[in-house]
Design a binder for this molecule. Structure first.
Ligand SMILES: [Zn+2]
Length: 333
């Protein structure tokens, strides 16, 4: 029979490939656990208290409003989403940011494919603080303000995802208004992340931003849920120059800052690769370095239970101060 003419080495190869395919979910899970072990073996620094530079009371009030019934989960184009947009304009005005959209602070746009096409009224909210050194490139701080909104009669409040990031963005903007940075800083509250990251994409497609003008994107998405004090900093695998400042940040923070979730499975062994999982994707696609700060997935992720009651306030405060430290470190370098 012809079959027997297949050489032994090819048989072996086929068997190994077959077994590998059959067991790959199991193997990936094992690798993921190894990666978790590696991450959690990073020492928790001895910093017991973070400085209190941000107005946390105000920040919690902002988060509470963004995650309120009135805003009904901030679905793009839904009444709650449009209300959130207008409220952000009021906040940017009160802080005294320079307008950086195409219509004042707003950058309206229309998604052109997928389910997002049906969403009318999408817009980013963009404000800027000039740096003391005008020759320096831009730092772009991003946080998406949209969430799943009203869906099948239920409100998806999105307190952690991502009212927490937006309230931190506002708090950090207030801080830098009082303590001007060296680099110019763009504060971008982005729309449509949940439906294809259209907000981030449109920054580039409408040419509000050019990749070569940007030093770094710092993206905040889910900052307030405490799982063993873990905050993940994603990005240094792709941009090794970020490793040193992030390791310094690790020593300065009272939370457990873990560098990872950015390696392909074949390389280090995790299938938790968040390189493309939020708005920083659009920066990375254009070779702009990014750091994404977020907490591990939790039971309230994309559930109607992602409410203000499930925000871990002290942890969230420490995380926000850590992100501020990150911006200060990158602004100084
Ligand atoms: Zn999110």
């Amino acid at each position: 029979m012809k079959l027997f003419r297949i050489p032994l080495w090819l048989w072996l190869l086929l068997i190994v490939a077959g077994l590998g395919y059959a067991f790959h979910p199991y193997l990936l899970e094992q690798l993921n656990q190894l990666e978790q072990k590696r991450l959690l073996s990073q020492p928790l620094p001895q910093v017991s208290e973070m400085p209190q530079r941000l107005d946390f009371q105000r920040q919690m009030a902002d988060l509470t409003y963004l995650a309120s019934e009135e805003l009904a989960g901030r679905g793009t184009g839904q009444p709650g989403g449009l209300k959130a947009q207008q409220w952000l304009v009021t906040q940017f005005t009160a802080i005294g940011l320079a307008t950086a959209g195409t219509e004042g602070y707003l950058q309206p746009y229309q998604p052109t494919s997928g389910k997002a096409q049906l969403m009318k009224g999408a817009a980013n909210v963009l404000g800027r603080i000039e740096g003391s050194d005008p020759a320096l490139p831009l730092l772009v701080l991003t946080a998406h303000y949209d969430h799943l909104g009203l869906h099948q009669g239920k409100i998806y409040y999105g307190a952690d995802d991502n009212a927490s990031g937006v309230a931190a963005l506002l708090a950090i903007a207030r801080y830098f208004k009082q303590h001007p940075p060296r680099h110019p800083v763009l504060f971008a509250a982005l729309d449509n992340e949940e439906s294809g990251m259209w907000g981030a994409r449109m920054l580039f497609e409408q040419e509000l931003l050019k990749p070569e003008q940007i030093k770094l994107n710092i993206n905040m998405d889910m900052l307030s849920h405490d799982t063993n004090k873990q905050l993940i900093a994603v990005g240094s695998y792709h941009y090794p120059q970020l490793g040193q400042p992030l390791l310094q940040l690790q020593q300065q923070s009272s939370v457990r800052l873990l560098l990872g979730y950015d390696r392909p499975a074949w390389r280090v062994g995790t299938h938790q690769d968040w390189t493309l999982s939020s708005d920083h994707r659009e920066f990375h696609k254009r070779q702009v370095p990014f750091v994404y700060f977020g907490v591990p997935d939790h039971a309230h992720y994309h559930q109607p239970t992602d409410t203000i009651d499930n925000v871990d306030q002290e942890f969230y405060r420490e995380v926000s101060e850590t992100v501020l430290d990150a911006v200060l470190l990158f602004d100084a370098s």
